[in-house]
Design a protein around this ligand. Structure first.
Ligand code: NAP
Length: 242
């Protein structure tokens, strides 16, 4: 896919990995709808920055964990961009607690609803549009899907679900829509507490955690390539191999 002039909806676009993907898309001359949840300031600052590259950029507020809100986000993106060709599902949270005794029912559903249901809802809402435009979906799984990780069983389960959902959607939507996921190890964003970044970095053969731009680079590869679908790309500097 030539990204020039393509129209992308990026959930989680205001910060972290989603933000880096928005910048990479704009660098490739794609137009973007940047979804934020509460950080309007961050989304608008990014909007102004990418507009200076000459692309069209819009900000949209919404909560992907609600079907109505996710549907509305997709509808508004189609309206402002005139259609969408690309859906990036990067909105995600970690829980406030990580152990079984601490994870309440409410906390379980909060993490699952945002990370897993959110990616399902936006994909479901965008299906017809993406099929019509021979579009692409890139989801954000995690090393936690295979290894468990350190953020708790709710977070790991949400990411395992995203990997499984990616396989299922890739089969169901082929050959119209290509669906892939990226499974990063720890990335230097707000999702990772500052005090553990060095410790997590020491676990990788490269002795550092990833930069968001390195994940965005993988997203651009998945979008530009026209013969890869149903794949989960590990990006973790060799910390985990099959
Ligand atoms: N960082 C890592 O180490 C790492 C590793 C593997 C996978 N991942 C995955 O990569 C994705 C992006 O993570 P990140 O590190 O970029 O996180 P981040 O820096 O904390 O950014 C999270 C983004 O999600 C948005 N968001 C949160 N809840 C939302 C909701 N209910 N509805 C809509 N948007 C919502 C936030 O919006 P606001 O700015 O408005 O709050 C923000 O844009 C997540 O799915 C995460 O699980 C991250």
């Amino acid at each position: 896919m030539d990204l020039k002039g393509k129209r992308a909806l990026v959930t989680g676009g205001s910060r972290g990995i989603g933000r880096a993907i928005v910048e990479a898309l704009a660098e490739s001359s794609a137009d973007v709808a940047i979804v934020y949840y509460s950080r309007k300031d961050k989304a608008e600052e990014l909007q102004a920055r990418v507009q200076r590259r000459g692309v069209r950029a819009f900000t949209l507020q919404g909560d992907v964990s609600s079907w109505e809100s996710a549907k509305s986000l997709v509808d508004r993106a189609i309206e402002v961009l005139g259609g969408i060709d690309i859906l990036i599902n990067s909105a995600g949270i970690n829980g406030t607690k990580t152990t079984l005794p601490e994870i309440s029912e409410r906390e379980w559903y909060r993490v699952i609803s945002t990370n897993l249901s959110g990616s399902f809802f936006t994909s479901k809402a965008a299906e017809a549009q993406l099929r019509a435009n021979k579009g692409k979906i890139v989801n954000l799984s995690s090393i936690a899907a295979k290894m468990g990780g350190t953020l708790g069983s709710h977070y790991a389960a949400s990411k395992g679900g995203i990997s499984s959902m990616t396989f299922a959607m890739a089969t169901e939507l082929a050959p119209d829509v290509m669906v892939n996921a990226i499974a990063p190890g720890p990335v230097d964003t707000d999702l990772i507490a500052p005090e553990v970044k060095e410790k997590l970095g020491a676990l990788t053969p490269f002795n550092r955690i990833a930069r968001a731009e390195e994940i965005a680079h993988t997203a651009i590869y998945l979008l530009e390539n026209d013969f890869v679908t149903g794949e989960i790309i590990d990006v973790n500097a060799g910390r985990y191999k099959d």
